[in-house]
Design a protein around this ligand. Structure first.
Ligand code: 5GP
Ligand code: MG
Length: 180
């Protein structure tokens, strides 16, 4: 892991290593295997940020399951715009199914709260929320988050799917904004 990376116009320093991420994901997968054995859940990955997390999680699961993706976003630059876009691509039939939403990060919770409302209309049997990162202090909405990879401070992070103005998603570790 490099001791700093340059993304667009800022330096970022190491925060969570690839090894830590992978080891936590295998623990989350073990929990899912127990909680959803024999249920054939439908995973709903939230694009673009959760693509790496969703892919890695799948590899550790070893249960019968489906995965599909939706696209929604509320961020521009480094702070939430608060504007939530509608869910695109939710074509899977999730009526009566047990759904697990896979997010990269929950910050204010606005995005997830809005998305949960959208999902309700499709009448799933249950909805669980899984997020790799949770900025607990930044959360402004009560949300039932079932599976959390890491609770992190309210600091901007990139890498492992997370972007800074679309750049930086490709790093295998997670970095945070370097102190000036
Ligand atoms: P929320 O609606 O919970 O405030 O924000 C959720 C979305 O904002 C996430 O899915 C993610 O796309 C983006 N986001 C929130 N915090 C960060 C961060 O620290 N880094 C990056 N790259 N995106 C973030
Ligand atoms: Mg996201």
């Amino acid at each position: 892991m490099p001791d700093k990376i340059f993304v667009k116009d800022r330096y970022f320093s190491p925060f969570i290593t690839e090894e830590e991420i992978q080891s936590r994901i295998s623990e989350l997968a073990a929990q899912i295997r127990t909680d959803f054995a024999g249920i054939t859940p439908v995973f709903l990955g939230v694009l673009n940020g959760a693509f790496m997390f969703a892919a890695d999680l799948m590899k550790y699961l070893e249960i019968e399951c489906e995965i599909t993706f939706v696209k929604l976003a509320s961020y521009q630059g480094m702070s939430s715009t608060g504007a939530v876009k509608t869910a695109l691509g939710l074509e899977a039939n999730i009526e009566g199914r047990h759904v697990i939403v896979i997010e990269d990060i929950i910050d204010t919770g606005v995005t997830m709260k809005h998305f949960l409302k959208t999902l309700e209309a499709f009448k799933p049997a249950s909805v669980a929320i899984m997020t790799l990162l949770w900025k607990k202090e930044a959360m402004k909405h009560e949300l039932p988050i079932d599976y959390v990879g890491f609770e992190i401070p309210n600091k901007f992070v990139v890498g492992y799917g997370l972007d800074y103005d679309q750049i930086g998603r490709n790093w295998k570790d997670i970095y945070h904004l370097a102190e000036d």
